[in-house]
Design a protein around this ligand. Sequence first.
Ligand code: CO
Length: 179
Amino acid sequence: MTEPLEYQITLYPDPLLRKPSEPVTAFDDELAAVVAAMFERMRASKGVGLAAPQVGLKRRILVLNHTGEEGDDLALVNSEILELAGPRTTYEEGCLSFPGIYGEVLRPDRCKVRYQTLAGETVEREFEGFQSRVIQHEQDHLEGVLLIDRMSPADKLRNKIAFDNLVYDYKQALAKAGR
Ligand code: CO
């Protein structure tokens, strides 16, 4: 028998997704367990990245794997982008909090990031290409910035029915929960 996953994905327009996240201060077993459960959720949902607010946690934690190879798992704690550089490119991004919705987002190719590891060690590292894009997307989540804010007006319009459906589903779920 398989255990149900610990975390469920918080879907748009849940207001949790708009709240800024708070710094992690304890680098302990609990943090390691949260990160492991986030990786598990990310993989089960076939995502390339996941930010803590997407599983209902207001904490500055990101997990990602831009290739799907086991060795490319990356967990960033208290990450901040120090510098964005390189040519700006567009790429069609998706987000686990917006199932079925995709839109072109313009972002610089490279980013320099300062973050802490699970052990609390501070690292400064540069990323480029798709991995940099995933980090920039996930970092947005920590500030409550979402795919819908970044996509072009044309893509927003093209996805209008899907957005309306998510809002409808959210309201139905609230009503069912009697809130
Ligand atoms: Co996202």
